[in-house]
Ligand binder design. Sequence first.
Ligand code: GTP
Length: 377
Amino acid sequence: MSEQGASPRELEAENESLRARMAYLLEQAERNHDIMCRHQAFDLEIVGAATFPELIDTIFRTLPAISDLDIATLCLVDPDADIHGVMVKLGVDFDDFPQLVFVASDSAFGFVPSRRALLTAPSKPLLGPYVPTLHQAMFPQPPAGLQSIALVPLLRNKRIIGSLNLGSVNASRFTPALGTDFIEHMASIIAICLENVISNEMLKYIGLTDSLTGVYNRRYIDRRLLEEIGRARRQAYRISCMYIDIDHFKAVNDNFGHPGGDEVLREVASRIKAELRLSDALGRFGGEEFVVLLIDADLESATIVAQRIRASIDGAPFELSSGERLPVSVSIGVATLDDFERDHAIEGVAQQLVAQADNALYQAKENGRNRVVSFDE
Ligand SMILES: Nc1nc2c(ncn2[C@@H]2O[C@H](COP(=O)(O)OP(=O)(O)OP(=O)(O)O)[C@@H](O)[C@H]2O)c(=O)[nH]1
């Protein structure tokens, strides 16, 4: 009986082929490990982003590089433009993020809930060719030759809060046949980070604004004034301050009730705001007092703005939701930071500026109300 074994040559060939296969698998494993490490570093970086602009910037800067993409964009659902409005108030400049798009409703994305789970609706990513007529809104500045895209829903509690949009000039990069576990995982982390950072920014905003009128509160104005004085000293521009007080406001409350008084406060805030530049800051200091910081305005131009505000409030009666009409007037004190008093601590200089405006306001009340008085030393 002869044994039918493989010849040494065959064994050698098999061995070689196994070695080659192993080398290939090792190389793949190393590449996957490398991708995983890069993505773990990305996850850590976005989890650590403390503010909305920091998070957005990290996503747009890092994601295309680590995932070898030609473009990555984000769409956020913002039905009442609350997120956009709050971020603008917190100083976010959206011109820095052309890849960020706000949409009024998630229907803009065209995600369809999977048929299997229509009610629980975990929408699936859409992968395929880039079609400008369908996808241009999600890629406002597409790279030349964009061929294939992945639109990945950003889900929180089964609600679509936006979409992460990835694009490649390679037509075979994103096709419906591609597994989506990896990009879905990435999108779920981005969605959590976005939700956290947006909530934090909203809380920050609430802590800096007056809930009745929507203008800033005293804490914000105090802080902003310190920043502005520091900047004005460096860049040598003028800062002025207005202290505004509604005349005989107690009588408004007495005659029209507290809700009527609240309506007057809101309308006064809105009329003041209409006369200001975007760079100015309006805050309610409590009660019926408002303070305005005018950036790059000397006493003369601040006084002109104050006169405009006084005239716009006095010029047309206020109409309450009850249909009642009433005249309202304000007294305004104006002061300016003449020299920058570089030898003095910023805190003291800030307090002095507000106190001077308050002093001038007192004079305006003494002189008969419904007038503007500028502080002169
Ligand atoms: N409706 C409303 N009233 C407020 C609020 N905060 C303070 N007030 C009222 O504002 C009034 C301020 O009255 P006063 O400080 O006496 O001043 P005034 O009547 O405006 O008189 P002059 O400033 O001297 O012209 C008080 O009646 C307060 O109750 C608020 O948030 N809403």
